[in-house]
Design a protein around this ligand. Sequence first.
Ligand code: ATP
Length: 341
Amino acid sequence: MTTKKTHKITLIPGDGIGPEVSGAVVKIVEAAGTATGVKFEWHMHNAGADAFEKTGEYIPKALYESIEENRVALKGPVTTPVGGGFTSINVTLRQKFELFANFRPVKSLPGLKSKYPDIDLIIVRENMEDLYAGLEHTVVPGVVQALKIITEKGSTRIAQFAFDYARKHARKKVHAIHKANIMKLSDGLFLRCCRSVAEKFPEVEYKEHIVDNACMQLVMNPYQYDILLTENLYGDIISDLCSAFVGGLGLVPGANLGTECAIFEAVHGSAPDIAGKNMANPTALLQSAVLMLHHINEGATAERVQTALEQVYREGKVLTKDVGGTSGTREFAEAVVAAME
Ligand code: ATP
């Protein structure tokens, strides 16, 4: 087969389970590319504590430049210190490249037994505002204030993204998730923006659920939802909740999308409890890579990966521990590559 194109992609392996899952994913994507005649040039840069040790910067200048140039990155998880330390790398990158939309499809894989079969949900999460603006200060000792930033621009932009997606992909319903009964101004503004965008999409049903009720409703009957449109923090929490419907955090992919660049990363974090043990499930990052392949218009390569992945799950012989198997990260990756042959 003749080679069509070489794609330059920034690769951030991350830390914790990051290097293991990103190594597995690169191997699988490379194999799919070989079969479909697509080449990849991986520009590897790290971020976070590891990068700081080597370069003195948490996000090295070379990483910023690489994303600016390539406009597409595949990113493993980078640990965020809890209760102090440096600002989240994930949040910083989203801010820097104005990746305003966090797109997280939660879809059942074939063969995996679950209390909730055939789940097909999309979470569209605002990615730059809300309490993630990181604006906190001590008012007086013992009193801390965190500012929740919600803007008309940010809320309208994410609502527009959700409804555009619904229209383009013939999805039927959008639920805006909020707490506007308590946060009347901030969540109230978010809802007003969602409503005014919804008016332009009469073919898409629009509903509103209060976030705490939405959590209960999701567990009782997730099938009533289609697209969940959320602010930043609610979206983060609801993503982890929804991941449980399809087998957990090892499975759910994500895309951080802006107008110029895109960074593809799993919903999960760096999972230090299983790091370095060949235990992590690379499926979430692999499905993020599938989203990335569609984004760069390599649909055939994306399909090749997804079909092989689904075959491995359907057969159920080589699966990682989190989804009931006994195999390791590397063995699982080898099985996906073998399923492509
Ligand atoms: P963050 O806040 O940075 O997103 P988190 O607090 O949600 O991180 P994770 O690091 O995602 O925490 O891990 C939560 C749990 O899920 C851990 O028990 C971890 O082992 C498990 N887990 C996360 N990712 C995977 C994976 N790819 N494969 C298997 N288990 C995973």
